[in-house]
Design a protein around this ligand. Structure first.
Ligand code: FPP
Length: 236
């Protein structure tokens, strides 16, 4: 069977805390191992010719966590961006960020801007990092900007189509083909609601730090067995 490669894979990287707690370690250790898992998977994904990888790094709800954990995560983002930047550039992947920048600290924002700017012309794939992100916020924000453009006469009401709305999102990305959520939770958690309209959903009990290339292959195999009809009927 010829493998069908999804064009856009999105991942809710869940279970870092539980991974650490199971080992009597601090939750932050789980995040550190989660960052390692992300490095492995991101390299694997682009080698497999998957074009877009979106990951949920930090939700707008994650600020509710202890300050120590939030500070650790921000520092980990900064370190991971720095440590992996050369590989990303070498691979020719374009980095984009989805989310709202306020509340993020200046160092993180600067690192995000540098990565986006220096990779903006790359053509070998897109790495969409969702940071301080919420799906409903993204659609609300797009709606406000569309309303303003209608009011200012830049576009008319009749111009509003799904394709146009897509352009007003944080990034104009193709639809998600495959959503993976680790750690045995069966929720979407306000992640990329618009882009997920026809995504195939894949849930696994594996905790994110243990999600490796073999686990990715299992997800891709499951995706290959799905019958994607997009509301139509499969011809026999
Ligand atoms: C969810 O696990 C994970 C997060 C909130 C953080 C995800 C961050 C990384 C994987 C670090 C690397 C990321 C980048 C972009 C460099 P959880 O803490 O909710 O786990 P639990 O449900 O077991 O408590």
């Amino acid at each position: 069977m010829n493998e069908v490669v999804p064009s856009h894979v999105a991942i809710i990287m869940d279970g870092n805390g539980r991974w650490a707690e199971k080992r009597k370690m601090k939750r932050t250790k789980g995040h550190q191992m989660g960052a390692k898992a992300l490095k492995r998977i991101s390299e694997y994904v682009y080698d497999k010719k998957i074009n877009v990888l979106s990951v949920f790094a930090f939700s707008t709800e994650n600020w509710k966590r202890d300050k120590e954990e939030v500070d650790y995560l921000m520092d980990l983002f900064l370190k991971s961006f720095k440590a992996n930047f050369d590989t990303i550039k070498q691979k020719g992947v374009k980095v984009v960020f989805s989310g709202i920048k306020d509340r993020l600290n200046d160092k993180v924002i600067k690192a995000m801007e540098k990565m986006s700017e220096e990779t903006k012309n790359n053509k070998n794939g897109i790495f969409n990092i969702c940071l301080n992100y919420g799906g409903q916020d993204e659609i609300t924000n797009a709606t406000k900007r569309i309303s303003k453009d209608v009011k200012d006469g830049v576009i008319s009401c009749d111009d509003i189509t799904p394709a146009l709305l897509n352009k007003y999102l944080f990034n104009d990305l193709p639809p998600i083909d495959l959503l993976i959520r680790t750690s045995g939770e069966y929720r979407i958690s306000n992640f990329m609601l618009w882009q997920m309209a026809y995504a195939e959903l894949y849930f696994t009990d594996t905790l994110w730090p243990d999600f490796d290339e073999k686990e990715m292959d299992k997800a891709l195999l499951a995706y290959n067995k799905r019958d994607r009809r997009f509301g139509g009927v499969t011809k026999k």
